[in-house]
Design a protein around this ligand. Structure first.
Ligand SMILES: O=C(O)c1ccccc1NC[C@H](O)[C@H](O)[C@H](O)COP(=O)(O)O
Length: 250
């Protein structure tokens, strides 16, 4: 079995790490560079930086901060947040990111996935999908979880994989920030549909949640924010725990 990846996520607003619950009520969670260094020292396999700033001011804080973080870490670095053109991707890659995460822009213009793949390689494009169970189906949400689309998550994952996505970052909105555990059902449904890596995201609250997601689904990585920003458990202790229970980690 491929080694599983533990990925801390820095949700950024106005240059600070923030964290909320179900994508709302975000509170300050610290300095991005300090947290990035801390997580690398703890053994993070990758780092995700997600700028949730909705305002135009993001351009000022976005690129310099990416440069500063990229200069200080030696693990794969994925950057997302409002990326919607090849020029945005180029700027972020030149600033030091290894991959980009696109969400709302992929919904609006699915061909952007293929364009990024053709220009930078499929390994560079992570398609982030925020999902919630509505009525009888898992639906895709855009704009930071604020807008329900007419897309069915199960259909959308197949489309993005066919268009050239290198990975899928699947976040269950209901679990986000709750520390109640990952949404194992939808994660496994998605893993069973695509041949590209799926990163589970949303809900991690204890080390056993990481065991559950790797034991009960084919997720190749688990992303978390609250559990790390609130110092509930370190990345290294999660990895030690997974090793004891024979889940391969780096
Ligand atoms: O993804 C967004 O657009 C967004 C917008 C506003 C606030 C949070 C957002 N995303 C939440 C992140 O994806 C978050 O890091 C993951 O859901 C993991 O959260 P935890 O449940 O705290 O581990």
């Amino acid at each position: 079995m491929l080694k599983k990846r533990i990925i801390p996520c820095l949700d950024i607003r106005a240059g600070r790490v923030v964290k909320g619950i179900n994508f709302v009520g975000v509170k300050d969670a610290g300095d991005p560079v300090e947290l990035a260094l801390k997580y690398v020292a703890e053994g993070a396999d990758e780092l995700v930086f997600l700028d949730i700033t909705a305002t135009a001011e993001k351009r000022e804080t976005f690129v310099p901060l990416i440069k500063e973080i990229a200069a200080n870490i030696n693990i794969p670095f994925t950057v997302g947040g409002g990326i919607s053109t090849i020029e945005d991707v180029s700027k972020v890659i030149q600033a030091g990111a290894d991959k980009v995460s696109i969400n709302s822009a992929a919904i609006k213009n699915p061909n952007l996935i293929t364009a990024i793949k053709n220009n930078f390689g499929s390994q560079c494009v992570v398609v982030a999908i925020d999902t919630d169970y509505v009525g009888e189906a898992w639906k895709v949400f855009s704009k930071g979880g604020l807008e329900e689309t007419n897309l069915n998550t199960i259909d959308w994952v197949k489309v993005v994989a066919d268009l050239g996505a290198g990975e899928i970052l699947l976040t269950s909105i209901k679990e986000d920030g709750t520390k109640a555990g990952f949404a194992l059902d939808v994660i496994q449904q998605v893993c069973a549909l695509v041949n590209i890596p799926v990163i589970a995201s949303g809900g991690a609250g204890k080390k056993e949640d990481f065991y559950d997601v790797f034991k009960q689904t084919n997720a190749t990585a688990a992303l978390a924010a609250s559990i790390f920003h609130e110092d509930i458990v370190s990345i290294s202790s999660i990895k030690n725990f997974l090793n004891i229970y024979n889940i391969p980690v780096r």
